[in-house]
Design a protein around this ligand. Structure first.
Ligand code: SF4
Length: 361
């Protein structure tokens, strides 16, 4: 990233420490690649949770403290005794003959927390493992790096990389249950998207043939704390992720559009000032934002009455009709459509006729 862009983003964030990306935030970012507001806030490392709360539209998702604690204790259990349970599950799930288990935890580097140093150390360990220079089976918490909109972001390493015969597999440990071989589809899909972020970052570091598209998801089995593992093919998620990342606008061009000197420092700005600054960043609200972005309630409030806020399908079908009020007028035949509105108006009148004729009197 250009130093000037870096300086503008840092000014925008103010004195607050930068929030780091993780696989979930990168996966969510690619879910709405056209949103300039999110791209700028994330590139600046702004705490969107705190910002949304300060402007009066707090986010309503995220893990409870209970779920976080439960997740941490399940993860510790899976990794206990030199990864013994994990080795057994990987043998069964991937059908591999795993004999020796060497591991390295890359969470910290001799007390030095520099991200660059941690990333270099992770890269060296991963390369040494796949090239057979070090007998490492598990590499825990490797800090990875990925280009997001022209900005190299570090991914907080909620990851275990499993190495066998020169190939790495991503292992995701999650605390939602697999009951009777079934799990919540939306949670599995989210885990697959996050794993794909890790696979992509690892492939860009080591090469495509060094990182498998089969990831291993480890979850509690039924209603017990007993772990079970399933294999997930993330090729589809990889294609989408790669495509969406290349579509993300270059962060430089978005930062250039910001008025000079603006800041979102929560400690020094009023709610009104924060809202004024946010209004300079174009949002592209869609219903899926409610599950993936902390700013969703503010953006939904701003987009109220716009047809685009009803989702991509409605936006496409009502192309040219900007507001719900206008759509209702066209449907009722109370307004003359413009040339751009002609197709949508005909469809709206037809729909109104059909539903009007079958509606009970
Ligand atoms: S909630 Fe707002 S900022 Fe977040 S992705 Fe959606 S439109 Fe963009």
């Amino acid at each position: 990233m250009e130093p000037a862009t870096q300086a503008r983003l840092s000014q925008l964030r103010g004195n607050a420490p930068a929030k780091r990306h993780n696989a979930r935030t990168v996966a969510a970012l690619t879910g709405n690649p056209g949103c300039a507001r999110r791209a700028v806030l994330d590139a600046a490392g702004i705490d969107k949770n705190a910002l949304a709360a300060q402007v009066g539209f707090p986010a309503k998702f995220g893990q409870s403290q209970f779920a976080i604690t439960r997740g941490n204790s399940f993860e510790a259990q899976v990794k206990a005794n030199g990864y013994a349970q994990l080795v057994r599950m990987l043998r069964e799930t991937l059908g591999l003959d795993i004999e020796e288990v060497g591991s390295k935890d890359l969470e910290t580097v001799g007390g030095n927390e520099s991200q660059e140093l941690r990333h270099i150390r992770a890269r060296q360990a991963l390369q040494a493992a796949v090239e057979g220079r070090e007998p490492l089976t598990f590499l825990d918490h490797p800090l990875l790096r990925l280009d997001v909109g022209g900005n190299n972001v570090y991914l907080e390493p909620d990851l275990v990389a499993f190495h066998h015969d020169g190939v790495l597999h991503v292992v995701e440990i999650k605390s939602f249950a697999i009951i009777d071989d079934q799990a919540d589809g939306s949670k599995v899909a989210a885990a697959a998207r996050q794993s794909a972020v890790y696979v992509l970052a690892l492939r860009r570091l080591l090469g495509d043939d060094r990182v498998s598209h089969d990831v291993v998801l480890v979850c509690p089995k039924d209603f017990s704390n007993q772990p079970t593992a399933v294999k997930i093919d993330v090729r589809k998620q990889l294609i989408i992720l790669d495509h969406q990342l290349t579509r993300l606008a270059r962060i430089e061009s978005l930062v250039e559009l910001l008025p000079p000197g603006v800041s979102l420092d929560l400690a020094t700005h009023t709610r009104e000032e924060l809202l004024t600054t946010l209004a300079t960043m174009e949002a592209r609200y869609e219903p899926s934002c409610l599950n993936s972005c902390e700013m969703a309630y503010l953006c939904r409030h701003e987009a109220a009455g716009c047809t685009s806020a009803l989702g991509a399908t409605v936006r496409e079908e009502l192309g040219g009709v900007e507001t719900v009020a206008r759509a209702l007028e066209l449907a009722a035949g109370r307004a003359v459509p413009s040339v751009e509105e002609n197709d949508a108006a005909a469809m709206l009148r037809n729909t109104a006729r059909i539903y009007g004729s079958v509606a009970p009197a």
